[in-house]
Design a protein around this ligand. Structure first.
Ligand SMILES: [Fe+2]
Ligand SMILES: [Fe+2]
Length: 254
């Protein structure tokens, strides 16, 4: 069993909400790793990412993160990245990393993009030109995720993204907004790679559990959905062909 703490959409401004530091510190004894599913900051500003780093530095766990659309507003990306890295965060942007915690626990991470879920899970966008532009960017992110997964040599494989690969975790988000919340190309890549778990954020009105069209378990960890960091306990499989999804997964809310 590996214990993955995860939270998305902290949207940290210069001041950190009361209680957040304690919630994160409490994870130290409950999890093997902390995953941040993007929108770490609210506006991608340097004081915000400095506040995030101050919050994350004492956590004492390996931290794996991807950027969200709010983080991408940053005009000083290199500085943004360095500040997070100074707090022990491994930022994945089309990359993979492996933690050896007695089992090789692997992460492939990419921000992702919108574009919608046509044809598997939703209607095509009405505006053809806009749909084409989105599809180009969506495909580029999917290719980067594919490359990251191809590099990943691990017993347990986890994909971290900001955008969603399925509508099954979009909960009460209005369908008219689905094209802004993720895309199906990401699911197609994930389902080719025998992934154990997908963690994403971004869908603030979404729901917790879902799965890709190919049956890979998906969790939306946007803090507005979960109420704060969660700890997901994931069994280590003997063979690495995906097993049927069985819920509920053992979980502790913090
Ligand atoms: Fe967000
Ligand atoms: Fe977002």
């Amino acid at each position: 069993m590996v214990r993955i703490a995860a939270v998305g959409d902290l949207h940290i401004r210069a001041g950190v909400p009361i209680g957040m530091a304690d919630e994160l510190l409490a994870l130290r004894d409950q999890a093997d790793v902390l995953v941040l599913a993007g929108d770490i900051t609210d506006g991608g500003r340097i004081p915000e990412v400095e506040a995030a780093a101050d919050l994350l530095r004492p956590v004492g766990l390996p931290i794996v993160a991807v950027l969200g659309n709010h983080d991408r507003r940053c005009l000083r990306r290199t500085a943004f990245r360095r500040i997070l890295e100074s707090a022990g965060v491994t930022l994945l942007d089309g990359e993979a990393t492996v933690l050896d915690i007695g089992v090789r626990l692997g992460f492939a991470g990419v921000g992702g993009y919108g574009g919608g879920f046509w044809p598997d899970e939703g209607p095509a966008l009405p505006h053809h030109r806009a749909a084409q532009a989105l599809a180009v960017r969506a495909r580029r992110e999917a290719v980067r995720l594919d490359q990251a997964l191809c590099q990943l040599d691990a017993k347990v494989k986890i994909v971290v993204m900001h955008y969603a690969p399925t509508t099954s975790t979009l909960g009460s988000e209005p369908p008219i907004k689905y094209w802004m919340l993720g895309n199906i190309e990401l699911a197609h890549v994930i389902d080719r790679h025998d992934v154990d778990l997908v963690i994403h954020g971004h869908a603030h009105l979404g729901n917790t559990y879902g799965q890709t069209t190919g049956g890979t378990p998906v969790r939306n960890v946007a803090t507005t959905v979960t109420g704060g960091p969660i700890v997901h306990e994931l069994p280590v499989r003997e063979n690495h062909r995906r097993m049927p999804v069985v819920y509920p997964v053992v979980e502790t809310a913090t």
